[in-house]
Structures are given as structure tokens and as C-alpha cells.
Design a binder for this molecule. Structure first.
Ligand code: GDP
Ligand code: MG
Length: 471
């Protein structure tokens, strides 16, 4: 275990009501005792101060006093000192929080004093990393901390909180336990080949793998597909011919004049990105250059960028003009984006009552469609509902404690699924137990990576580098 003591400013830099310096590790209490003088009378600014030996600090107590530079006796600030002793603290180590006034100079002076007296500056996420290393939380709970901080909608917060409670860990551990039981049986059978039939009942093992392990893994993988945008945000791209009303639609959704709208085709040449929230889903919407044949070099670049964005999107709004028939250009655009999740938006519906005017090909029949008029702000609620419904399964929007894997979890779940499937296959073919054991072990270890029972430095660095300093 790491026995250095770490410190950092835990609140955002800038002027504010209160700023917190966090210290964690073996020396945290000694450092606090060195730089903190407790006041005798909390209400009196000229109060006498007294030393408090580090051994006398009580856990979960708040002490009022002053940060004092021990070299010259200068008081830096009036503070509250919060003490949380190991192991019942955020990191599992002794933790001291110095609650000072928040200003860049006062906070950096106090931090400097803490560092001079035996701590070193914490790396991003290092407090949470220690909580994980000390076994207070697993990796999915550590990741949930970042998700809570980054949550842009209530639903994203709800999912992050469910993960912080440990629901993800528990569902993964349940599957891992099932696999471990089978693994133990198979190993016993390898060690005692004469008693194989008594030790492992292949049919039962296959049933457990199929009905419990694979089914649950599949369920979690589907949760990712159906709901990860709630956490990661939905990349929504608006595409279509020039002048069909893409920029107008984006402005309607944003409820502000963000993109320039003119009656001249080719107004939007670059893409414009804006965050918004649709029915609890955090969305990044991108307005793009109109797609058509052109020699204009600026437009050509814009069109290339549009397709790059489309390829990376979660959902595409394919905008058509209700006032005229679909054109060759519309078909070409469709060909290029048909592999994406699509919604057809029939805009300018105020200009046409004629259902059949558009004349869409049969291949578009199953694509969800909605009629709008960006000019008169009509159909926008229906469009928002359709976006939410297409992006996230309704069942998840309605579930209160949905477990939603992130991409890292999903990749590991896929690997575990593959390995467990291969084990089932092997058992059916009655291949050698030693080979089946390899697959089962792979399935177990992949799940171990999710919770962090199995971890390497690279993986941990990648996860904790997403944190801010002081968390
Ligand atoms: N009648 C009508 N005009 C619209 C509608 N949406 C956009 N327009 C007009 O169509 C023209 C092109 O709109 P714009 O949003 O710039 O289209 P874009 O090129 O696809 O981004 C502008 O003159 C808009 O006012 C609509 O729903 N109904
Ligand atoms: Mg435009």
C-alpha cells in the first residue's frame, strides 16, 4: 500500500464562499496538528489559540481555529478542520479537510504549507484511487464518482448513483460467482479424472451457463446498447439537402437563434454543435452543411465533414422538404446514411397538406417519421418524443434503478460472453475439460476487470486520468 500522504485543493479554483483542502494518508493528522491552532472561543476573532496534539483529534469532529505558519506564527486564515480517521473515511486512510475561505491565494498558501509539512500534491483522481486500492469501493463505484460529477441530466445522475451504490458490482459479481462454481467443478474433474461424472454434470453446467450466465451477460450488454447515451450523451446530427430547414429545426430545438437561417441554399457551410437536454437525455446536436453536388471548395469540405459527423453519430435527423417531391439528391443522401439510426423529419409541413406529395421509396417505410414546421414551431414535441424513444428504450427511461454499463464494461462483458459461449460449445462437443477451463477462466477474468479484482496500472491510469485533481 502507498504510504505517502497526499493533498490537493478539492473545490474549483476561483473566488467563492468556501474552499476545501483535502489531505489523506498516514501523516494527515500530524500535518494538521502542525499547521492548525484551535481557538478557545469560536466566536472571537482575537481568541487565544492552543495546540492540539494530533493524537487528540477525534474522528468526525469539526474544529474551529486558524491555519498558522509554524515558522513565523503568521495566521493565514480562519478555518474549520474536519477529521475523518481511517478506515472510515473516503479514502480509507486518515483524512483531514481544511475548510477555508475560497480565493486562489489563500488556498494555494494553505496547500503550500501542507506540502511543506510532509504531503505531496495528489494526482487527478488519487483520493478515489486510494479508496479503490484500500478496498472501500470497487472500480465501477470509482467510475460512478466521475459520472455523478459529469451528469448533465437527472436521469444520468440516477444511473450514476445506482452504480455508486454498487448495483453494477453486485450484478457482475453474481455472474462471476456462477462461473467460479463451474470452474471449481471442472478443475476438480481434471484433478480426479476417475470421478468426473460424479463431480461435473455437464448438462447442468450447460444449463447454468446458458440460462443464467449468458442470459445475464446479454441483458447487461443490451442495457449498454439501449441506454448508454443517458450517460455518455446522444450525438444527434441534422442532415439533408440545402434549404430544407435544418438550421431552423436546430434553432427550434435549442429555443434560440444559434444557426443562421436564410432562404439562400448553402448558408450553413461549417458544422455547428450545441448541447441540450431532450426528455432527460443529454444531447449534442450538430447542424451541418446541406448535402448536394457542388464544385464550391468550401461546401465540399463542409459536406465531407458532415459525413464524418454522421458516421460517428448515435442518431441522424434526415430532413426532407414537405413542399416538394423527394429528389435524386435525397436518395443519394439516404444511401450514404442508411446504416445509421434514422428519423425522417418532414419539415415545412405548413406548406403542404398532401400526404403523397413526397413520394418516398418503400425502403423508407419502416423508418420513424415526424412532420414539423420549424417556421411555426409545430411538431417539435412529437420530434422530441421520437428522438427519446428511438435513442433509449422506454423501459429504461421508466426504470428507477437501471444498471447501465459504460463502454469499458461493455467491452469486457462482450469478451466474457464470447468465452462463456465457447465453453458451452466445448461442453456440448465434450472436448477436454482443460480447454473448457481456459474459456471459463477467461470469462471470469473479463468480469474481474470490470470490478477491478483484476487490474493493471495502464487500465487504472486510463480510468483515473478522467478525474479532476482533488477528487
Ligand atoms: N414555410 C416554411 N419555411 C421554412 C420552414 N423551415 C425553414 N423554412 C425556411 O426555409 C429556408 C431555409 O431554412 P434553413 O433553416 O436555413 O435551411 P437549411 O439550409 O436546411 O439549414 C429559410 O427561409 C427558412 O425560413 C418551415 O417549416 N416552413
Ligand atoms: Mg443551414
Amino acid at each position: 500500500m502507498n504510504n505517502t500522504t497526499i493533498a490537493a485543493v478539492a473545490t474549483p479554483i476561483g473566488r467563492g464562499g468556501i474552499g476545501i483542502i483535502k489531505v489523506s494518508g498516514e501523516k494527515a493528522l500530524r500535518i494538521a496538528a502542525t499547521i492548525f491552532k484551535r481557538s478557545h472561543f469560536a466566536s472571537d476573532h482575537n481568541a487565544d489559540t492552543c495546540d492540539l496534539s494530533f493524537a487528540r483529534f477525534k474522528s468526525y469532529r469539526l474544529y474551529h481555529g486558524y491555519v498558522v505558519d509554524p515558522r513565523n506564527g503568521r495566521r493565514l486564515d480562519e478555518v474549520l478542520l474536519a477529521i475523518m480517521k481511517a478506515p472510515r473515511s473516503y479514502t480509507g486512510e486518515d483524512v483531514v479537510e481544511i475548510q477555508a475561505h475560497s480565493g486562489p491565494v489563500v488556498l494555494s498558501s494553505i496547500l503550500e504549507l501542507v506540502l511543506k509539512n510532509g504531503a505531496r500534491l495528489a494526482e487527478p483522481g488519487e483520493f478515489t484511487k486510494r479508496a479503490y486500492i484500500n478496498g472501500r469501493i470497487d472500480l465501477t463505484q470509482a467510475e460512478a464518482v466521475v459520472d455523478i460529477i459529469n451528469a448533465r441530466t437527472n436521469k444520468a445522475l440516477e444511473i450514476a448513483f445506482t452504480q455508486l451504490k454498487g448495483d453494477m458490482r453486485m450484478s457482475v459479481e453474481t455472474i462471476r460467482d456462477l462461473l467460479s462454481d463451474i470452474f471449481a467443478g471442472i478443475n476438480a474433474a481434471i484433478d480426479f479424472p476417475d470421478d468426473v461424472t460424479e463431480i461435473v454434470d455437464s448438462n447442468t453446467a450447460i444449463k447454468t451457463l446458458q440460462n443464467k450466465v449468458l442470459a445475464r451477460l446479454k441483458g447487461l450488454i443490451e442495457q449498454y446498447e439501449n441506454a448508454h447515451v443517458l450517460r455518455d450523451g446522444l450525438k444527434l446530427v441534422v442532415v439533408g439537402r440545402p434549404n430544407v430547414g435544418k438550421s431552423s429545426l436546430m434553432n427550434c430545438l435549442l429555443q434560440k437563434e444559434r444557426a443562421i437561417v436564410t432562404s439562400m441554399p448553402g448558408t450553413t457551410r461549417d458544422f455547428i454543435e450545441e448541447p441540450l437536454s431532450i426528455r432527460g437525455i443529454p444531447v449534442i446536436i450538430t447542424d451541418t452543411a446541406g448535402l448536394h453536388e457542388t464544385d464550391d471548395p468550401v461546401e465540399v469540405i463542409g459536406i465531407k465533414k458532415t459525413y464524418e459527423h454522421t458516421d460517428l453519430s448515435d442518431l441522424v435527423l434526415f430532413v426532407l422538404d414537405a413542399s416538394c417531391r423527394t429528389t435524386e439528391e435525397d436518395y443519394k443522401i439516404y444511401e450514404r446514411i442508411s446504416d445509421r439510426r434514422l428519423i425522417i423529419v418532414i419539415n415545412k409541413s405548413d406548406l403542404s397538406d398532401d400526404e403523397h406529395k413526397l413520394d418516398m421509396p418503400d425502403s423508407w417505410i419502416n423508418i420513424p417519421k415526424v412532420k414539423t414546421s420549424a417556421l411555426y414551431n409545430q411538431g417539435l414535441d412529437a420530434l422530441k418524443d421520437l428522438i427519446a424513444k428511438t435513442a433509449v428504450s422506454e423501459q429504461i427511461l421508466e426504470t428507477e434503478h437501471a444498471i447501465v454499463p459504460n463502454l469499458r464494461h461493455k467491452i469486457a462483458l462482450d469478451r466474457s460472453f464470447q468465452a462463456a459461449s465457447s465453453a458451452v460449445e466445448g461442453m456440448r462437443k465434450q472436448i477436454h475439460f482443460e480447454l473448457i477451463a481456459i474459456d471459463i477462466k477467461e470469462a471470469i477474468d473479463s468480469l474481474g476487470e470490470i470490478t477491478g479484482v483484476i487490474a493493471n496500472e495502464d487500465m487504472l491510469d486510463r480510468i483515473f486520468s478522467r478525474f479532476c485533481i482533488g477528487k
